[in-house]
Structures are given as C-alpha cells and as structure tokens.
Design a protein. Structure first.
Length: 105
C-alpha cells in the first residue's frame, strides 16, 4: 500500500474533504454533506491508490530511512485523495441527476 495505514488514513480524510469541496463548488451535483463525505472517502481511497500506481508512488520508506513517510509522499497522498474524492463525488452526482434525482440548486 502507498504509505501503509497512515497513508490510507490521509487519503481517506483528504478524499472526504475533496468530496465536500467539490460538492460546495458544484451544487447541482452535491449529495449533501454526508453523501459528499461518503463518496469522497471511497474516491479518496481508491483514487489515491490508482494515481499512486500510475505515477509509481512507493511506500516512501526508501527516502524516509525506513521509518515512514516523507513530505513528498504525504503531499502526494493529500492531493490524489482530494482529487479522487472530488471526482467520484461528481460522478455519483451526475448519475443521481441522470436517474431523476433532480437538481439541488
């Protein structure tokens, strides 16, 4: 896993934040605070793993002396988790809207 359990927690939290930011920026796709957070959590975890695999993000132990994460890995996890959470929240919002969920705004 890209950064172990600490990395996963960072990805999930940043995914939830990214989902809520995307929901507030694009109100027509918003799922509400809880829905945005759940979609963001899932998108943050999955999206960060996909992005990490594509860019070759390892565990970070080679640069951190075997003791954990370096600052570059942490920033990468925050960014990829936030983007993954925001993207999945918008996708779920689009699907909900297409299925007749209606516009929030």
């Amino acid at each position: 896993m890209w950064g172990g359990i600490i990395g996963l927690i960072i990805q999930l939290i940043s995914g939830a934040v990214g989902g809520n930011i995307a929901g507030s920026a694009m109100k027509q796709y918003s799922l509400g605070t809880v829905g945005n957070s759940i979609a963001g959590l899932i998108g943050g975890g999955v999206g960060a793993q996909i992005i990490g695999a594509l860019v070759g993000g390892g565990t970070g132990t080679d640069l951190a002396g075997g003791g954990g994460l370096d600052i570059g890995a942490i920033v990468g996890q925050i960014a990829s988790g936030g983007v993954g959470g925001g993207v999945l929240m918008v996708i779920v919002g689009l699907i909900k809207q297409a299925m007749g969920g209606g516009k929030v705004a």
